[in-house]
Design a protein around this ligand. Structure first.
Ligand code: XMP
Length: 523
């Protein structure tokens, strides 16, 4: 497949966001490290190049640079922040530290609407400023372009940046000092669109439906008539979408393995059975390994130890089952694009490809070939694909759930009795938050069983029982998190239900810690 747009990554924290925005415009694009050889880019013949931002200064000794020849390929190019400065530096202009660092919200005065700012000045969000039109934009830079290279003109400025947007229309090379990819630049997506469609002549034809057709064709080409594909199904978004895609592409040659480790939420197994066995008609093997996991976990209190045991046991169970399948030659996994991007760290390109799979080691041991149909997608795109495939909403929009499951939500050793408590409390937390309309705004909401007993009174009797903590957080990626703003009356109602309905609990507390410094899960 031809890649219409390549984003060269110079280490910005927003690089992935650039790619996501471009894809929102229905244009497929990939992120490549700035160290990619010129010939490789030339061979790919993209219709447009985007140079991302980055934390370095172009004039520093080890700053990431690309060969000047990149600008002689005749490929329309847009530099963002550091990308703009690099264009200026490479093509004979100059870049210097700003007198005043520009960080945060800024107003960009547009001097020439064509071609980047067309149809956006005077739009609903653009406010008219003195002597021209202006848009709101997000800035984050300590350097700025001082003099422009030959052939370039300034297209916009701010109070402190004379060259907030520049361009050489003849060579089709442009740059913006602000970040069009972030939400704080409300019209940024239009700026990207103007560059892609008006300058580079890219077509907006990448849709989930097309992606699905392409992936299905690829899978059918790879998997021959006698092959069998094994897919570990956890009930989470990624593995569910992979399974649905494969069910549609190769149907009868797919076997899904669902390991019931006893550490799943209430009703999880039944939901997977309903969706995949009944609806998608998949050959689903549900393995009851509850006893086995509990035995291995008996008396283990250290969280990392628990994780290791669960990971190892999962592979063992999965492997035993996979071995019983004749012709198993492929293993399907829900690897996503952020897991495979070669990330450029602040210190320079790390070149390490992050691997992330819950059946680590298995493909090599069993000589299975990997099938990873989602490896080009971001999480939100996986959800769209799931919808396209008819995966039910409760799966497509489900909250993240840790691989080691409820074992990390029971502090201390894991027993059947504790699992029952945490599952029952969890159901109440979810139901009540849905009922009160708070659930959908949260990244995660769950119950944790603490190793703390306290005194209470029920009826005429004194109790000495367990404590449950409720954790509700908002987050965009799980890396940082805020405390869910749940009214005390809702929390207190949940507490009342838990204490009344879940045997062994007489106190409920609400976790009001942010991440960082606290983590989302308690273990
Ligand atoms: P923390 O607790 O580190 O969690 O703030 C961040 C996100 O990752 C999830 N999480 C895990 N997911 N295996 C997983 O697959 C794990 O061991 C694990 N630990 C935490 C957590 O639920 C949150 O979404």
């Amino acid at each position: 497949m031809q890649i219409p747009v390549i984003v060269l990554d110079f280490g910005s924290q927003y690089t992935q966001l650039i790619a996501r925005r471009i894809r929102e415009l229905h244009v497929y694009c990939e992120i490549w490290p700035y160290t990619t050889p010129l010939d490789k880019v030339k061979a790919a013949a993209p219709k447009a190049l985007i140079l991302s931002g980055g934390p370095a200064s172009v004039y520093e000794k080890d700053a990431p640079h690309i060969d000047k020849a990149f600008f002689e390929l005749g490929i329309p190019t847009l530099g963002i922040c550091y990308g703009l400065q690099l264009i200026a530096h490479k093509l004979g202009g100059s870049v210097e530290p700003c007198e005043a660092r520009e960080y945060g919200r800024a107003f960009v005065d547009i001097d020439s609407p064509e071609p980047l700012f067309e149809d956006l000045v005077g739009g609903p969000r653009a406010a008219s400023g003195e002597g021209g039109s202006r848009i709101e934009a997000w800035m984050s830079h300590g350097d700025q372009v001082k003099t422009l290279p030959q052939g370039f003109v300034s297209l916009a400025h701010t109070g402190t940046s004379p060259h907030a947007a520049v361009g050489d229309t003849k060579r089709k090379i442009f740059g913006v000092q602000f970040h069009p990819e972030v939400a704080h630049t409300p019209l940024g997506i239009k700026v990207l669109g103007n560059f892609l469609f008006n300058v580079a002549g890219v077509q907006a034809n990448w849709t989930m439906n097309r992606f699905l057709e392409e992936q299905m064709a690829l899978v059918r080409e790879k998997v021959k008539a006698n092959d069998r594909v094994v897919c570990g199904l956890s009930g989470g978004v990624d593995s569910s979408v992979v399974a649905a895609l494969l069910a549609k592409a190769i149907g009868k040659q797919l076997t899904c393995v669902f390991v019931d480790n006893g550490l799943l939420r209430h009703g999880e197994k039944e939901s997977v059975e309903r969706v995949f066995r009944d609806h998608f008609k998949v050959d689903l093997r549900v393995i009851d390994a509850r006893k086995r996991f509990l035995e291995r976990l008996a008396g283990v209190t250290d969280p990392e130890q628990k994780r290791k045991i669960i990971g190892r046991e999962f592979i063992a169970v999965f492997e035993e089952e996979a071995k019983t399948l004749s012709n198993a030659s492929f293993l399907a996994q829900g690897t996503l694009y952020p897991d495979v991007i070669e990330s450029v760290s602040v210190k320079g390109p790390s070149q390490t490809i992050k691997t992330h799979h819950n059946v680590g080691g298995l493909p090599e041991v069993m000589k299975l070939t990997l099938i990873e149909p989602l490896r080009e997608l971001f999480k939100d795109e996986v959800r769209l694909l799931g919808k396209e495939l008819g995966v039910p909403d409760h799966i497509v929009h489900r909250q993240p759930f840790p691989g080691p499951g409820l074992a990390v939500r029971i502090l201390g050793d894991v027993t059947e009795e504790k699992l029952d408590i945490v599952k029952a409390a969890d159901v109440i937390v979810e139901r009540e938050l849905r009922q009160s309309g708070h659930y959908d705004a949260l990244w995660q909401a769950f119950a944790v069983l603490l190793p703390v007993k306290s005194v209470g009174v029920m009826g005429d009797n004194r109790t000495y029982a367990n404590t449950v903590a409720i954790r509700c957080v908002t987050s965009s990626d799980g890396m940082t998190a805020d405390v869910g703003d749940i009214p005390v009356r809702v929390l207190s109602h949940i507490a009342g239900r838990i204490i009344n309905e879940v045997k062994g609990v007489n106190r409920v507390v609400y976790d009001v810690s942010q991440k960082p410094p606290s983590t989302i899960e308690w273990e």
